[in-house]
Write a protein that binds this ligand. Structure first.
Ligand code: FES
Length: 188
């Protein structure tokens, strides 16, 4: 797995902000079975589960770090690496799966040069497979951040990404086309 660091580089021990995790540890101190809410709160605060925070949690609740890590890696809801600036979610719920989501994913992976769960090296994109996005009538569906693209083919998905990148880069070209796809959900 490609693990890209943030452009600023990895957080150092000295620079890490323990405030949020310490606050959560105080909140759940002495409460049995609080590991999952602790991890959920930590992820909500940092956007992922930083190693420093997991070490702090292990110390705080008196469990071995390996146990904390085991829980964090068992549940798909937890991320051990930060997300990139933009998150591309491809739906693999039933309706999207039977409508071609696997081929959409393959083409998007090829275009971005990463696989599911990874970040591009420039930290511009995170790619994630998700379950139903609640737009089954537009299957197969992809989201780039909070924007939804429906009735995709592999080419249309890559086109939407190219349009999005162009808009991000400030050219402005293509953003309208991507938005039109989103609004209509119609096949061209
Ligand atoms: S299955 Fe993909 S949006 Fe529902």
């Amino acid at each position: 797995m490609t693990v890209a660091e943030s452009p600023a580089g990895p957080a150092t021990e000295a620079a890490f902000d323990y405030g949020p995790v310490d606050e959560l540890l105080s909140k759940y101190r002495g409460i049995k079975g609080s590991l999952i809410p602790l991890l959920q709160g930590t992820q909500a605060a940092y956007g992922y589960l930083p190693k420093e925070a997991m070490v702090r949690i292990a110390q705080g609740i008196g469990e071995p770090l390996s146990s904390i890590f085991g829980v964090a890696t068992f549940y798909a809801q937890f991320r051990l690496i930060p997300r990139a600036r933009n998150v591309v979610r491809i739906c693999h719920g039933t309706a999207c799966h039977v409508s071609g989501a696997p081929l959409v994913s393959l083409e998007v992976e090829k275009h971005l040069g990463i696989q599911d769960g990874e970040n591009t090296e420039d930290m511009l994109y995170t790619l994630e497979s998700v379950a139903c996005l609640g737009a089954c009538g537009m299957a197969p569906v992809m989201m780039i951040n909070d924007r939804t693209y429906g009735k995709l083919t592999p080419d249309k998905a890559v086109g939407a990404l190219k349009d999005f990148s162009a808009a991000e880069a400030g050219s402005g070209n293509g953003a309208g086309k991507a938005e039109a796809q989103e609004a209509s959900g119609e096949e061209e």
